[in-house]
Design a protein around this ligand. Structure first.
Ligand code: ATP
Ligand code: MG
Length: 444
């Protein structure tokens, strides 16, 4: 899973700080090698933005005038994932992440809305001009002392430093042209603005609105990747509000909906799971009936290329919420205990809390009572399949049912030791095989 994005004001964990230091040292040494070989080389893009904001990026991208073949020659330990875009991955010398080294380029057109059709190697200035937003189009020279003023370390062709200081996301160059080139940039603008607490420049906003519908032409994989990042972010509700405000929700989610405030989403804890965030969004967008869940989940899975695991979680949490807000108070002890120890429970309860805090407190109290029963919430079963077989029961269709029923009796504190459990099992085998002759399993 993607690491949770960091924010201005976040506490940086010692582990993260150490990783940052290693990545910075590694990237700096790559820049030094390139420079000593006579090339231009800078840090580029997101890492420069984050450095200047006082955040500690873990990924450092490098831009250089050295061609991909030359980069491989200089470093050896490379792989050519995107060599036709001029990108070479340099594997680290020490224990740290790989560093992307990209040749300065200007991109051609994006006919399939995915990747530029062709790239032309070019100058730093043109490389800045092909980037999406001014704050993402900065270069930094890591060989200038960190104590030197920013203007001596930063190479800025697009007034990005000004926008960074003012907290503005602004398209590089003509916003209409830049969006027409790649409509995903609309979604990226929303994501960066929410994460950094920036506003989107008016002209860029207008262009986004004008091009909103065309976002549906972008590949589902790319939209899905962006949306995953949006929904994993602590400021997900701000991003979703902005997305709706700019008319991007419909092309992204493929449905016209009344645009309500994303209240539930805004009340989730920062570290809510992705499935929980999607569930909250579905609720905020008017999902009411449990019978609509399967259809909605499937449609978003398709739209956003969610993995099976992500889809299952999304569905499980929504179904769990339905259960907690529906039949929970009427459920028996065993069923409540099973629910409360299911692995969707904590996430579903976070949704309950976001919708109705009192209800969450009621459920929590009940769970505390269940924990206080003699058998507790999820005790080890007194008997298992092997024990039944050892006692002479033949595995068959009744087996699972009997085991479930015996465990229920244990959860309800009707039985409390192994002998009672075995006795209960034998009774059930006898009774049920009489009811359904031929279902087997009796013996003992
Ligand atoms: P993050 O912290 O989310 O990774 P980032 O700025 O590093 O932010 P990436 O998607 O990793 O974003 O891209 C790296 C850089 O490549 C960006 O800063 C930007 O300069 C450029 N870039 C990425 N995607 C696009 C795009 N669709 N159009 C133009 N430039 C882009
Ligand atoms: Mg990045």
């Amino acid at each position: 899973m993607a690491e949770r994005p960091y924010h201005p004001g976040d506490e940086v964990s010692p582990r993260r700080h150490a990783r940052h230091e290693r990545a910075l040292a590694e990237a700096t040494s790559i820049v030094r090698t390139l420079r000593e070989a006579g090339h231009i080389a800078y840090f580029a893009g997101g890492c420069v933005r984050d450095e200047l904001l006082g955040l500690e990026p873990v990924d450092y991208d490098i831009a250089t005038d050295a061609r991909p073949e030359r980069v491989s020659e200089l470093f050896g330990r490379t792989s050519h994932v995107g060599a036709h875009f001029g990108v070479v991955l340099v594997r680290p010398e020490r224990d740290s992440a790989s560093v992307e080294v990209a040749t300065f380029r200007s991109d051609g057109s994006y006919s399939d809305n995915r990747r530029p059709d062709e790239v032309t190697f070019s100058t730093p200035e043109e490389d800045a001009a092909r980037r999406d937003f001014t704050v993402n189009a900065l270069f930094m020279d890591p060989l200038v002392s960190r104590d030197a003023p920013a203007r001596e370390r930063v190479i800025d062709y697009v007034s990005g430093v000004e926008d960074l200081d003012a907290g503005v996301i602004r398209a590089v160059g003509d916003p209409d042209e830049r969006l027409a080139e790649d409509h995903l940039r609309a979604l990226r603008a929303v994501r960066f603005a929410a994460r950094l607490g920036f506003r989107i420049d008016e002209g860029t906003q207008e262009a986004i609105r004008r091009h909103a519908r065309e976002l549906s032409g972008v590949s589902r994989e790319r939209i899905g990747d962006e949306m995953r990042k949006v929904m994993a972010d602590r400021y997900r509700a701000v991003a979703i509000w902005q997305l709706q405000y700019l008319g991007l929700d419909e092309p992204v989610l493929g449905e016209a909906k009344e645009r309500a405030l994303p209240r539930t989403l805004g009340r989730l804890p920062d570290d809510a799971e992705l499935g929980t965030s999607f569930a909250a969004l579905a609720l905020d967008r008017g999902l009411i009936e449990l019978s609509q869940v399967a259809g909605l989940v499937e449609s978003w899975r398709e739209r956003l290329c969610l993995s099976n695991q992500e889809r299952d979680r999304f569905k499980e949490v929504l179904t769990g919420l339905g259960l907690l807000e529906g039949e929970w108070p009427l459920m028996g002890v065993a069923t409540q205990k099973r629910a409360a120890s299911a692995d969707w429970f904590t996430e579903a309860l976070r949704l309950v809390a976001a919708r109705d805090l009192e209800n969450m407190v009621r459920i929590r109290r009940r769970v505390d009572q269940l924990i206080g029963t003699p058998s507790g919430l999820s005790p080890r079963p007194l008997v298992d399949g092997d024990a039944l077989i050892a006692a002479g029961h033949r595995p068959g269709p009744l087996f699972g049912r009997v085991l479930d029923a015996v465990y229920d009796a244990q959860l309800e504190d009707l039985i409390s030791d192994r002998a009672q459990a075995m006795e209960h099992a034998s009774r059930l085998f006898e009774q049920w095989s009489r009811e359904t002759p031929g279902s087997g399993g009796s013996g003992g």
